[in-house]
Write a protein that binds this ligand. Structure first.
Ligand code: DGY
Length: 320
């Protein structure tokens, strides 16, 4: 019997998989993040960890767990919270949950594109605050999406799923990515690969779908905002620090871009106070994968990954 420590609250089907496999499961059952000191104590002697994206999996945590630790199964596709090289050095397998949250996250990206471009947040605030309003020809005018260009940064699964949705709204698609997408995907999306400068200069909506790494830190900052159309919208459902939030606030206030839709923040759960002053920013609290179905699929995939490694098998979705 192996000891599996689940560092946050996850849907029961994930726990069921671990228990059915005969493991001792120690789970932190609260939505509140477990205090670090307590977590370091709890992971002692663990053979497997199921971690949430709010947990820093670093040398300190691996040391606290001990040499018997075999696998860290992140219940997230993003894995910037895991020091993967340190896991590798110690022979600990790290896994994530790609695929299962693609549609849910693309839905939120599309929702943010619509909310920002059609000023839905502003409209909602008018109604809820009891501000007097009246239909008017020029009242809260937004921008239509038809025939506009979506610039996808990172054409992985979520970027492609967002592009697919945007196509249904009549948008054209360009993308920048480390590698060329397969020809069939480009044909399906009518998407052209362009360099980042071209994407910034020609896109009406820029949607971020790249992982957060040292090379994507502040990928969008003052210079990039200045290079965008003044009518452009920026949407981030990837990771907060891909965008320089202070520079974004400046750009939104100066009218250098038209608006932004953010699901993720540089210093989550803190939000740059300047963003709260920007009527042209739509702000939601990291809801990309927040559906019952998706969170259940994430938990069960993470559990499948852990169970596979503990049984000496290749896990379904290792981090490469
Ligand atoms: C992920 O899995 O990386 C998402 O950000 C969770 O919503």
């Amino acid at each position: 019997m192996s000891r599996v420590v689940v560092t946050g609250r996850i849907p029961k089907p994930g726990l069921d998989i671990l228990r059915r496999d005969g493991h001792e499961v120690v789970a932190w059952g609260s939505e509140e993040q477990q205090p670090r000191e307590q977590l370091l104590e709890q992971v002692r002697g663990a053979d497997a960890l199921l971690t949430l994206l709010t947990e820093q999996v670093d040398a300190e945590l691996l040391d606290a767990a001990g040499e018997q630790l075999q696998v860290v199964a992140n219940v997230a596709v993003g894995h910037n919270n895991i020091d993967v090289p340190v896991c590798r050095e110690r022979g600990v397998v790290a896994t994530n949950t790609p695929g299962v949250l693609t549609d849910a996250t693309a839905d939120i990206a599309m929702a943010l594109i619509l909310m920002a471009s059609r000023r839905l947040g502003e409209g909602e605030r008018v109604i809820r605050s009891g501000t007097p309003w009246q239909w008017g020809m020029f009242y809260l005018l937004g921008s239509g999406l038809q025939h506009k260009t979506l610039g996808v940064v990172g054409l992985g699964g979520i970027g492609a799923a967002t592009a697919r949705r945007a196509r249904a709204f009549g948008m054209n698609v360009v993308y920048s990515s480390r590698s060329q997408a397969p020809r069939e995907l480009e044909l399906e999306l009518g998407a052209h690969r362009v360099d980042m400068d071209t994407l910034l200069a020609t896109s009406d909506v820029i949607s971020l779908h790249c992982p957060y790494t040292s090379s994507t830190h502040h990928l969008l900052s003052s210079e990039e905002f200045a290079a965008m159309k003044r009518t452009a919208y920026v949407v981030n459902t990837a990771r907060g620090p891909v965008v320089d939030e202070a520079a974004l606030v400046e750009a939104l206030k100066a009218g250098e871009i038209a608006g932004a839709g953010l699901d993720v923040f540089e210093d989550e759960p803190a939000v740059h106070p300047g963003l709260l002053e920007c009527e042209n920013a739509v702000l939601v609290p990291h809801l990309g994968s927040a559906t019952i179905e998706t969170r259940t699929a994430m938990a069960t995939l993470a559990a499948d990954n852990a169970v596979a490694v503990l049984a000496g098998r290749e896990p379904p979705t290792p981090i490469r």
